[in-house]
Design a protein around this ligand. Structure first.
Ligand SMILES: Cc1ncc(COP(=O)(O)O)c(C=O)c1O
Length: 480
């Protein structure tokens, strides 16, 4: 492929845009630089979700693949008024800011955290360029090649490229309906200890998991904290969705539980928050809160990464939060997303095969559906794209090829009509697979059938850089 050649072959043989990385770089060109690239680039992975976004940006595709909040719900008048107010402080808006963030932004962060009964000391906050930067900075501060990160399985697909870029060895523990099973966590920690390995941190998304759609129970939150304390392990609590709760009572954050018990300070829990899902992902603002020495190291890492987060974005946040309108907006968002979630649940009940299961998230943006184990959702995605509908194949949320028969479905960034139509189309391609399987085997059980003919399955898996079932997690030395 040449630099100019930015189209690949789609599921039906039609021409489709290739992933940005593949499209721009011919393998011939890569070879020219091979001796110059750092060792870590051998194990770096591209985010399957971001590659998928390039494929699904065609307007005719109903994408249930994104993690996009519906920014069209933000009142245009409010936006214009905020921008007008920022316009009165031009010099400041166009200037560098302190690395740890502007005071007004920290006040807004404190307000969001207070909505989840999570007090925070402004000195323990670092404003970041999205929550994604927190994951990167935590890895930068803690991970040497080969160090262990314990994560949930599935985990946030966007965390995987950060973990692999720092050559971490990611150990994933299967989620269940109550979130991260702490018994299994304890067994894993014991096993790692026997091997002489101490994880650098435990990465968890306790509320409305992306992509799992489940929420960690209160007893497990307590137990996780207890394990972290007993073993002196850091926990990275990633909480973009906590305030997007559609039903039931909210549960305390692990960060708040730690602060409320013991010394009244945070010793082991690092908290990640973001404005992406409650205001705008485009302003790229998130934050970390945590033990002071850890935040200091993250601050140093950020100085080397980008000096400070956008001053303009931070002023937008502080102006908006100072206006007092955000609780009303979040309330409207929740109503809208709750309806979309319910529409998706109803559509799945109508169109998914009897063998399928899916989570029923009490909040957040995603649900996780699991099909019979002889269906590989990466293959299925190739077929779904030919019907102009997309989802995230489950393998994107694992480092080792697990999750092959699962998929992540997003309900926040699409209308209710699109949800109904998208799920109907996915139901159709699944039904075809089920019929084919039935025809091939005469039954819906036992051995996996020969892979159905879908000419570009391999190409798609390749474009998305997904691990295959049975793949070993990539190790720091690049082996496996
Ligand atoms: C669990 C989780 N963590 C972190 C992020 C990163 O968000 P952002 O960088 O937009 O704040 C996301 C985005 O979808 C997410 O779902």
């Amino acid at each position: 492929m040449t630099i100019e050649d930015d189209r690949g072959q789609g599921p039906g043989g039609e021409s489709v845009p290739m992933s940005p990385r593949r499209s721009r770089v011919a393998s011939r060109d890569l070879e020219r630089y091979a001796a110059l690239f750092a060792e870590r680039t051998r194990v770096m992975t591209s985010s399957a979700m971001r590659d998928l976004m390039a494929i699904t940006e065609r307007p005719e595709v109903i994408s249930l693949a994104g993690g996009l909040p519906d920014t069209s719900t933000f009142p245009a008048d409010d936006f214009a008024a905020i921008m007008g107010r920022i316009g009165t402080q031009t010099a400041r808006a166009l200037q560098y800011g302190p690395t740890d963030g502007l005071a007004g932004t920290k006040e807004a962060i404190a307000a969001v955290m207070a909505a989840e009964d999570t007090p925070v000391d402004p000195d323990d906050l670092l404003v970041t360029t999205g929550g994604q930067q927190v994951i990167d900075l935590v890895c930068k501060a803690l991970i040497d090649p080969g160090d262990v990160i314990v994560a949930e399985g599935p985990t946030y697909p966007g965390a995987i490229p950060a973990f692999t870029a720092y050559q971490a060895d990611v150990v994933q523990i299967a989620l269940d309906d109550d979130g991260l099973p702490t018994d299994a966590l304890e067994e894993t920690l014991d096993q790692l200890e026997r091997e002489g390995r101490r994880p650098k941190f435990i990465y968890t998304i306790p509320n409305f998991h992306n992509p799992g759609g489940v929420t960690m129970s209160l007893p497990r939150r307590h137990r996780l904290l207890q394990l972290a304390r007993e073993r002196e392990l850091l926990v990275l609590e990633d909480n973009p969705y906590g305030v997007l709760r559609y039903e039931g009572d909210s549960l305390p954050t692990i960060f708040a539980l730690e602060r409320a018990s013991g010394s009244g300070a945070n010793e082991f829990v690092i908290y990640l928050g973001t404005f992406s899902k409650i205001l705008s992902p485009g302003i790229r603002l998130g934050w970390a809160a945590g033990p002071h020495p850890v935040i200091e190291k993250l601050n140093m890492g950020k100085q080397g990464a980008d000096l400070c987060s956008s001053t303009l974005g931070q002023l937008l946040v502080s102006e908006y939060f100072a206006s007092g309108k955000w609780p009303g907006y979040v309330r409207r968002l929740k109503e809208c997303y709750r309806r979309r979630r319910d529409t998706m649940l109803d559509a799945l009940a109508e169109h998914a095969p009897a063998e399928a299961t899916w989570t029923r998230p009490g909040g957040g943006l995603f649900l996780w559906a699991t099909l019979p184990d002889w269906i590989d959702t990466t293959d299925l995605l190739a077929r779904a794209l030919s019907r102009n509908v997309a989802f995230v194949p489950g393998r994107a949320a694992f480092v080792d090829g697990r999750g092959a028969s699962s998929m992540r479905l997003n309900f926040s960034g699409v209308t209710e009509d699109e949800i109904r139509e998208g799920v109907r189309r996915i139901g159709e391609v699944i039904a075809e697979q089920v019929d084919l399987y039935g025809a091939l085997t005469g039954a819906r059980a036992a051995a996996r059938p020969p892979a159905p003919a879908a000419p570009t399955d391999e190409a798609l898996a390749d474009i998305l850089h997904l691990p295959r079932p049975g793949d070993r997690p990539r190790r720091a030395d690049g082996a496996g």
